[in-house]
Ligand binder design. Structure first.
Ligand code: SF4
Ligand code: SF4
Length: 292
């Protein structure tokens, strides 16, 4: 990551609930002290960066996203042959009383039925499947968040749309809170990024998932660092992860129930006097040293 350039730092984890959004929110606040920041929540299935930044009562702007499609059936053309129902891989079409009916919660919008229908009775219709929300936070930087609608698909495409909105802002650093795992939204979050922070907790599944997401990061050849959250839950394993990460180890965050109490009251971690706050400040210093 070169300091003189605009940069994108992505916070990733192999699994959910390991402190990704907490760390992303705190780093956004710390970087904002002397840099232009855009905070970007790309976890469109469960966006909560806004909560870690103190909550949003009213968003400044909402943008409709049309990034999915559903089949529309012309019953004047349809002869009820049932081919669409037979071939739909997702079982989203049922023939009821000789007529096809689409279950929107099962439909993935793949468009196969449109191609296969011998009567050309099916046309794919673009639908709104998400919204992008923008808020200028009390810290002076904008937060861009997205919300995939319930039962909708296409989270990777929504992330791409969110990132396009983020690019419209003047910034030095984008802090991107990725979805957990290794799926489409994560790959879309990692695209064009300069540095990745992998956060995990000291559990065997957390460590295993960390290695899986690292394979994706390495595939894109992006520099990275590792943070262990809830360090003291299993210090032996925490130390093993630190040793495994070697020079990539950025720091630790201790487990503290008070973190959850503060966030339940919408008090951001950087506005507390908890030990975790000081530990995140050390991580921030180390990231800064990585970027020099
Ligand atoms: S494949 Fe076409 S014609 Fe056959 S049931 Fe489906 S929509 Fe109707
Ligand atoms: S668009 Fe794809 S998933 Fe949806 S009903 Fe047609 S074939 Fe099935």
């Amino acid at each position: 990551m070169k300091k003189e350039k605009r940069s994108k730092i992505v916070i990733c984890s192999g699994k959910g609930g390991v402190g990704k959004s907490m760390l992303a929110s705190a780093l956004a606040v710390l970087f904002a002290i002397d840099k232009k920041i855009v905070a970007v929540d790309c976890d469109v299935d469960a966006p909560n960066l806004a909560i870690w930044l103190g909550g949003v009562r009213k968003w400044d702007k909402a943008i409709k996203v049309f990034a999915s499609a559903r089949p529309e059936i012309d019953f004047k053309k349809c002869n009820g042959c049932g081919l669409c129902a037979e071939k739909c891989y997702f079982g989203a079409i049922e023939i009821i009383k000789g007529k096809p009916r689409v279950n929107p919660f099962l439909c993935e919008g793949c468009g196969a039925c449109e191609v296969l229908c011998p009567q050309r009775a099916i046309k794919m219709k673009t639908i709104q499947n998400a919204k992008i929300l923008i808020k200028n936070t009390k810290y002076g930087f904008p937060l861009i968040s997205g919300q995939l609608f319930v039962g909708e698909t296409g989270s990777g495409k929504i992330v791409t749309e969110i990132k396009k909105e983020a690019e419209k802002f003047d910034y030095d650093i984008q802090i991107i809170d990725s979805a957990p795992g290794t799926g489409c939204p994560v790959i879309a979050s990692l695209q064009d990024s300069n540095f990745v922070i992998l956060i995990t907790e000291p559990t065997p599944s957390g460590f295993s998932d960390l290695k899986r997401v690292l394979k994706v990061v390495n595939h894109f050849n992006i520099p990275y660092g590792v943070v262990v959250n809830k360090w003291d839950l299993n210090e032996n394993l925490s130390r093993r992860i630190k040793k495994w990460a070697n020079r990539k180890f950025l720091g630790k965050i201790s487990y503290d129930k008070k973190i959850f109490q503060s966030i339940a009251n919408l008090v951001p971690i950087m506005e507390t006097d908890l030990k975790a706050k000081r530990e995140i400040e050390s991580i921030f210093e180390r990231i800064n040293s990585f970027t020099k």
